[in-house]
Ligand binder design. Structure first.
Ligand code: MN
Length: 269
C-alpha cells in the first residue's frame, strides 16, 4: 500500500511548538508529511481568505526533513494554496494543529485551526483538527509532545475507518497534569463569556477595548465537547459546514415570504 500523504497546517504560525516539535514529528511515523502554515500567528482569523493582496510562499527547513512552506496568508489560504498549487495532487489528508488552546463549542467559528480543516473538507479531502485544551501557562513543550503522541495514536485509529464525507473531526485534548478518563464523541457546546469586553483608557485618555472575558461554565450538558474537556476526556466532534437549520425550513416557508407587488413598489417611488 502506498504511504498516506498528510498536509499539516495550523493557525499559530509555522514556528509554533504544536506544529514543529510535535505534530510533524509524530505524524512522520504514519505518513509522508507536508507542511504549509502561516508565517505568523493567525489565531482567531476564522475562515478568512486573502483576496486583496498577494500571497507569498517560501520554502523553509523544518525538522525532521519535511517540505514546508511558510505562507503570508490565513490558515484557509494555506490549505487552498497547498492542495491546489504547492502540493497539487499530492495530498490525501489534512491535519490542523496542534493548536495552542482549546477550540470548543461556538468558538470553532472563530478558529483558524478548525477553519483550515473545514477548508480541506470543502476541497474534498478528509481532515482532523487537533487542539491542546490547556491554560496558556500550562501548555509547555512536554505538554505539546504528549498531546502530539495522543494525536498520532488517535490518527492511527481514525485512519482505519471509512471516512464520513463532508465531515471533519474536531479533537480537543485536555492538557495539564490531570489524568485523562478516555475519549468521548461529542456535539458542539456553547462558549459563553462573562464580561466579554474590557474597556480601558490609554495614556492620552482615549478609550480602547480588549475582547476576552471569563468562561461561564454553567451552560453545557454532558453530551457536549465543552463538558467532556472540562471533565477530563478527549473530545471528538464530527463537524460539517452546512449550518442550515433543516427543522425550521417548513416553518419559515409557511410565513409565505413574497416579493413586493409591482403596485406597492410603485407607491414608494
Ligand atoms: Mn491558534
Amino acid at each position: 500500500m502506498e504511504r498516506l500523504r498528510i498536509l499539516v497546517t495550523n493557525d499559530d504560525g509555522i514556528q509554533a511548538s504544536g506544529l514543529v516539535i510535535s505534530l510533524v514529528r509524530e505524524l512522520s511515523s504514519l505518513a509522508d508529511v507536508f507542511v504549509a502554515a502561516p508565517d505568523r500567528e493567525r489565531s482567531a482569523t476564522g475562515h478568512a481568505i486573502t483576496m486583496h493582496q498577494p500571497l507569498r510562499a517560501s520554502l523553509v527547513e523544518l525538522p525532521p526533513a519535511v517540505t514546508a512552506y511558510s505562507i503570508s496568508g490565513t490558515p484557509a489560504d494555506c490549505v487552498k494554496l497547498a492542495v491546489d498549487k504547492l502540493y497539487a495532487g499530492q495530498i490525501d489528508f489534512v491535519v490542523s494543529g496542534i493548536n495552542h488552546g482549546a477550540n470548543l463549542g461556538s468558538d470553532v467559528l472563530y478558529s483558524g485551526t478548525v477553519s483550515a480543516a473545514l477548508e480541506a473538507v470543502m476541497l474534498g479531502l478528509p481532515a482532523v483538527a487537533f487542539s491542546l485544551a490547556a491554560p496558556f501557562e500550562a501548555a509547555s513543550r512536554p505538554c505539546f509532545q504528549w498531546a502530539a503522541e495522543t494525536a498520532a495514536h488517535l490518527m492511527k485509529l481514525i485512519l482505519v475507518n471509512p471516512w464520513p464525507e463532508d465531515t471533519l473531526l474536531n479533537v480537543n485534548i485536555p492538557g495539564g497534569t490531570r489524568e485523562l478518563l478516555g475519549v468521548r464523541v461529542t456535539s458542539l457546546g456553547q462558549m459563553r463569556y462573562k464580561n466579554p469586553i474590557e474597556q480601558r483608557e490609554d495614556p492620552w485618555g482615549n478609550t480602547y477595548f480588549w475582547l476576552g472575558g471569563q468562561f461561564d461554565e454553567s451552560v453545557n450538558p454532558e453530551v457536549t465537547d465543552v463538558w467532556a474537556v472540562q471533565n477530563g476526556y478527549v473530545s471528538v466532534t464530527p463537524l460539517q459546514f452546512d449550518l442550515t437549520n433543516y427543522r425550521l425550513m417548513d416553518e419559515i416557508a409557511a410565513w409565505e415570504l413574497k416579493l413586493p407587488s409591482r403596485e406597492e413598489k410603485h407607491d414608494h417611488e
